[in-house]
Write a protein of this length. Structure first.
Length: 517
RNA sequence: GCUUCCUUAGCUCAGUUGGUUAGAGCAACUGACUCUUAAUCAGUGGGUCCGGGGUUCGAAUCCCCGAGGGAGCACCA
């Protein structure tokens, strides 16, 4: 009967499960009517008048249990928090002796009345008790202590990052404060959707499986469609499809889209990630800059109001990692030309410099350069090294070289530049926008340039999409486009340093069991 | 992809120059306890020391190969 692959505690729980069944107790009943969440009771309990909470029904997972002979205390955890149950033998004549068959991790329901214990904790005095789900494996729940300021100190907390990412359900149980990150994530996406919908722009869905990929410079994932016997690409961006819709006559479309890029993984890159792209006809990038500023401010203020000081809620933050800048969303965002920022932070005017001049300039300001790099790569490197780290408060970087932006419209007054901005906050890019290129001849030349770069060996350069070019030939009205990296925005608003902490299920290398050499 | 560090009980961790039977707290089990809260007290069980190979009288410990993870770098919006 005993399975030797189970440890003693797992065997113990299976024995308890069998005993519960033999006692006629269903360990997996079908439902339970809750009337209150833990927080509902804690938040509304009134010592002067307990009548409002004289009949409550709560349910949740047992996270601690203290048996003291003929009375016991347990904490249960639900989606709103934890609340203590007080179980007395006199009040639970049928159930009390069976409490020995329960374990930490089991899900239970209880009804009773709220009261304050002698030690001062608001609790539920249980008069009826139900097992809702027996847990037959171990959960890394540990003891914790709440100090006078309300900070929770968890002993031997479930801290193994690998296991927390791989088994997020355990992480959510053992470290429930991370739930706030995902609540904020949801709130941000919902808020963004509402912002756009309120302005009459249409949410659309475009193909994830694409015969050609485009809209960004990146390596794609390739998959295969059996019935058609063709390879398809997982989208790297949805830009080219959304522009087709503007051509088709929609005047404002947006998509919150999962994109896939077959590249390295690190603190800020996951193979699949979420971005939002929006295109609005008859507008330019200056209009889009105003809209972006208002949108980001709206979202940030909303998160602040709903969740308060986020960093304080996150108790899993590394203690040493404290140098977080306070971002002020209330003041107007700084706006500066890319080359003005170069001048500001390097003292050099890099505008119009040749590759050789840029390499020389990089040497003078101490930015290491690989001699094989293109002029744009050198420029990009100087920007990353010398400018980006300074862009802590929200800053719009405007007007990029045309070579860096094959889908952006030539600048109305500045030759060699395009009408493009990127929003940087806390040293990281949050948004990217341009006056969209709608000159079909110019667009074709830019994509053909990309194709030449690609033929020269850069497999991240764009491919020519003839159908997209045809759409632009049909005629796309003047249009402003914007892309926002949702994951990075959420990282910013939740003060997480790793993209893995804002993804419920970050990509992990598959575990190999019993690997043989 | 490169560098570096880590992997010991369900969880968090000790483990001496390489030395007997690998330890602790929590969790589990048995018992006591009808307002406890890291409950307390007494007792008990629990290990593929990440996997494989090697050195050695002897390996958790030293060496090699492999796996996974963290951090950094490179690549990259």
């Amino acid at each position: 009967m005993e399975d030797l692959s189970l440890n003693d505690q797992e065997q113990q729980r299976r024995l308890k499960l069998a005993e519960l069944r033999s006692l006629g107790i269903n360990p997996y009943p079908v439902q339970f009517d809750k009337t209150h969440g833990a927080q509902d009771i804690l938040g509304s309990f009134d010592d002067a008048d307990t009548s409002a909470l004289s009949a409550v029904r709560v349910a949740g997972r047992i996270v601690s249990f203290r048996k003291m002979g003929k009375a016991s205390f347990a904490h249960i955890q639900d989606d709103t928090g934890k609340i203590q149950l007080y179980l007395k033998k006199d009040d639970l004549p049928e159930w009390y002796d069976n409490l020995r068959l329960l374990d930490i991790g089991d899900i239970v329901g209880a009804s009773g009345f709220a009261f304050r214990t002698r030690m001062g904790e608001i609790s539920v005095h249980v008069t009826e008790f139900t097992l809702l789900t027996k847990s037959i494996t171990l959960i890394p729940l540990t003891k914790e202590e709440t100090d006078a300021e309300g900070n929770v100190h968890r002993y031997s907390a479930f801290a193994d990052k690998e296991q927390r990412y791989r088994k997020r359900y355990l992480d959510l149980i053992a470290n429930p404060e991370i739930k706030s990150t995902f609540r904020i994530r949801s709130r941000v996406i919902t808020g963004m959707r509402k912002y756009f919908d309120d302005r009459g722009w249409l949410e659309v869905e475009t193909p994830i499986l694409q015969p050609l990929y485009g809209g960004a410079t990146a390596r794609p994932f390739i998959t295969h469609h059996n019935a058609l016997d063709v390879d398809l690409y997982l989208r790297i961006a949805d830009e080219l499809y959304l522009k087709r819709l503007i051509v088709g006559g929609f005047e404002g479309v947006y998509e919150i889209s999962k994109n896939f890029r077959n590249e390295g993984m690190d603190k800020t890159h996951n193979p699949e990630f979420t971005s939002m792209e929006i295109y609005v006809a008859y507008k330019d990038y200056l209009w889009m800059m105003d809209m972006t500023e208002d949108l980001i401010r709206t979202l940030a203020v909303d998160v602040q109001q709903q969740f308060g000081n986020v960093s304080k809620q996150r108790r899993d933050a590394d203690e040493g990692d404290v140098s977080r800048a306070a971002i002020d969303f209330s003041v107007p965002f700084k706006r500066a030309g890319m080359f003005d920022l170069f001048l500001e932070y390097t003292g050099k005017n890099l505008r119009g410099m040749s590759r050789e001049q840029l390499v020389a300039a990089a040497g003078e300001i101490g930015v290491p350069i690989d001699p094989s790099w293109s002029a744009m790569k050198v420029l990009d490197e100087i920007f990353s090294e010398k400018v980006e780290p300074n862009l802590i408060q929200p800053t719009f970087v405007m007007d990029y070289p045309v070579e860096m932006s094959p889908l952006a419209k030539a600048h109305r007054t500045e030759p060699g530049l395009v009408e493009r901005f990127e929003l940087y906050i806390n040293g990281k890019e949050i948004a990217n926008s341009f006056s969209e290129l709608n000159d079909p001849i110019d667009q074709r030349e830019r994509l053909e340039d990309q194709a030449r770069i690609r033929a020269a060996g850069d497999d991240e350069a764009m491919v020519v999409d003839e159908d997209f070019l045809h759409a632009i030939e049909v005629g796309m009205p003047p249009t402003a486009g914007l892309g926002i990296g949702i994951d990075r925005l959420v990282m910013l608003l939740t003060q997480n340093d790793s993209i893995r902490d804002v993804l419920l299920f970050p990509q992990m290398r598959p575990e190999k069991l019993n690997a043989e050499g």
